[in-house]
Design a protein around this ligand. Structure first.
Ligand code: KIV
Ligand code: NA
Length: 254
């Protein structure tokens, strides 16, 4: 049975942790799905891990759609969620509805995710949801704002933590179906998880979230760099390098 948004909500109440990972292409999407992952995010981190950019800013809506289509062709069970990339939704609610709409028209996505919780974004998210499209919120470290906030833990002062709690409540009011919490103190994530009725999915946000997500390239040892909280379950870089060296040797010995 394919995972649904309603299922995620049920799991929160049953305290069954949600296992989520990112995917960028057909082959990996298919493997994650087969291995039993609950939720697959086509995240805009594909800018770095699949396209070789330095941050998430350059990736386009067309890029996201192309990768989401590929991942979608590989999965039959996991819930597919797709990120809206930088500047495809910040300009106006109208722009955001158009961009979100393209994801639902052109891919198999069941929901979209976008970053932020300021009043303008709450309004935008509310309008996307009113147009019929499920939205996952994203608070804490929001990488599309890297030039303003940097890559560091967010919500470390009382004021900053209170702001994130406030924004989480506003996002819930706007109608989000889940909330991604990135790089915030574990105690703050635990507090938000208790406060909000929707599932929280954490990355670098401690163990108390309703689910966990990591970037698959980090988990498999395929990224140039990875954050300290991203556990490397296998070093595929070495595995691949050795296999290719062996292949080169075999070919040159013929
Ligand atoms: O793009 C991404 O990989 C994300 C992470 C927070 C999972 O949004
Ligand atoms: Na992202």
């Amino acid at each position: 049975m394919p995972v649904t948004i309603a299922q995620l909500q049920k799991w929160k109440h049953q305290k069954k942790p949600i296992a989520a990972l990112t995917a960028t292409d057909y082959a990996i999407g298919k493997l994650l799905d087969k291995a039993g992952i609950d939720l697959i995010l086509v995240g805009d981190s594909l800018a770095m891990v699949a396209l070789g950019y330095k941050n998430t800013l350059p990736v386009t809506l067309d890029d996201m759609i192309r990768h989401a289509q590929a991942v979608g062709r590989g999965i039959s069970n996991a819930l597919l969620i797709v990120d809206l990339p930088f500047l495809s939704y910040q300009v106006s609610p109208e722009q955001a509805i158009q961009s979100a709409g393209r994801i639902f028209k052109e891919t198999e996505a069941k929901g979209i995710k976008l970053e932020g919780g300021y009043p303008e974004m709450i309004n935008t998210i509310h309008k996307i949801i009113q147009a019929g499209m499920p939205v996952m919120g994203h608070l804490g470290l929001t990488p599309q704002s890297v030039h303003r906030i940097g890559y560091r833990v967010q919500g470390t002062t009382t004021d900053a933590a209170d702001l994130i709690i406030h924004q989480a409540k506003e996002l819930v009011e706007a109608g989000i179906f889940a909330l991604l919490l990135e790089n915030i103190p574990a105690e703050l994530a635990a507090k938000i998880t208790e406060l909000v009725p929707v599932p929280t999915i954490g990355i670098g946000a401690g163990k108390s979230c309703d689910g966990q997500i990591l970037v698959t390239h980090d988990v498999l040892g395929l990224s140039d760099w990875q954050p300290p909280f991203a556990h490397k379950y296998i070093d595929l870089s070495s595995v691949i390098t050795e296999a290719v060296q062996q292949y080169c040797q075999d070919v040159r010995q013929i």
